[in-house]
Ligand binder design. Structure first.
Ligand SMILES: [Zn+2]
Ligand SMILES: [Zn+2]
Length: 323
């Protein structure tokens, strides 16, 4: 069968992305999904800078419509969906345990050996898909994947209504993380250094503070989530957490943290890495309005406007791409 072509943003060299005509993805046993909207996240900006030597089509936050599917998955055709980005091998012990995000042989949509969502069409197995309710618009649905990543924190550590949590970082991920944590405790504060982003946080009803303001030992937090995306974030998180507290590492910057590690020992800090999370609670939080995303959207651009879109994404909160 002749392969159709589509338009996609392709990284062919570190630092270079171009709108290109390429063959539509064709992966055995997967569904063909027409992308309606995709989101640019910090990981995409790092891939563009050469992280992981990525070549291909980036983009892993999306909402789309299933256009064709293997016969056994035909019920998905016509459904509006979002998708879990990890595709496991289906044979290893991780996959057997249902933890395909740690499968050694996984591919990852738009990140690892699997072309992504900055394209007209993408391919994913039906078992990765989640249907989106009609009441949720595309601009909201595209936030399911990063909201799920924020929900992962609530699976990893116990947070109750007395837990004091600082979210260090006022970017797009920080404001999602803070809203998700607010569903577990009112004691959450966003610490940042961009006044316009902190203003958005306050408009969402979140408490804010400058991240460089002085913290006395008595003010230290039970939990600090580092979502700065910067090497210095972890160091600052360790200054802000109380003895025997927990630091959640949500930044996947490309490089080394350059950390003085002794405070982790002396203060008996628990460090937890945190990546992808559960989609179902994310869909519920976005449906109920407990997590609001509209104030985070700075623009919706076409694929052809990618240069301006990526430039914006480096400064603004969320930039969406619509093919
Ligand atoms: Zn992302
Ligand atoms: Zn596997």
């Amino acid at each position: 069968m002749e392969r159709l072509t589509m338009r996609a943003l392709v990284i062919d060299n570190p630092g270079r992305i171009a709108l290109t005509d390429v063959p539509e993805p064709q992966r055995a046993g997967e569904c063909r999904i027409r992308v309606r909207m995709a989101g640019i996240c910090g990981t995409d900006l790092q891939l563009l800078e050469g992280y992981a030597g990525f070549r291909g089509i980036p983009g892993h936050e999306f909402v789309g419509v299933v256009e064709s599917a293997p016969r056994e998955d035909a019920a998905w055709i016509g459904k509006r969906v979002v998708g879990d980005i990890n595709i496991g091998c289906g044979r290893c012990r991780w996959c057997a345990a249902g933890v395909k995000e740690h499968c050694d042989h996984r591919t990852v949509l738009g990140i690892r050996q699997h072309d992504g969502a900055f394209a007209e069409v993408l391919s994913l197995p039906a078992c990765n898909l989640h249907e989106i309710p009609d009441t949720m618009d595309d601009e909201t649905a595209v936030f399911v994947e990063p909201t799920a990543a924020a929900c992962r924190i609530l699976e990893q550590i116990a947070i109750d209504d007395r837990t004091r949590v600082a979210v260090l970082g006022d970017g797009r991920m920080g404001l999602l993380v803070a809203q998700v944590i607010r569903t577990a405790t009112p004691g959450v504060i966003v610490l940042g250094r961009h006044e316009h982003k902190l203003a958005v946080a306050r408009a969402l009803g979140l408490s804010t503070e400058r991240s460089d303001s002085r913290v006395t030992p008595a003010d230290r937090f039970d939990v600090v989530v580092d979502v700065t995306g910067r090497p210095g974030g972890l160091q600052r998180a360790l200054e802000l957490v109380r003895p025997r507290g927990t630091v959640v590492m949500k930044s996947t910057f490309h490089g080394e943290a350059g950390l003085a590690s002794w405070p982790v020992v002396v203060d008996e800090i628990t460090l937890i890495g945190s990546r992808c999370g559960p989609f179902r609670p994310a869909i519920e939080l976005l449906s109920s309005g407990a997590v609001k995303v509209k104030p985070l959207i700075s623009r919706v651009a076409s694929l052809a406007e990618h240069e301006a879109a990526f430039a914006d994404a480096r400064r603004a909160l969320k930039v969406l791409l619509s093919p």
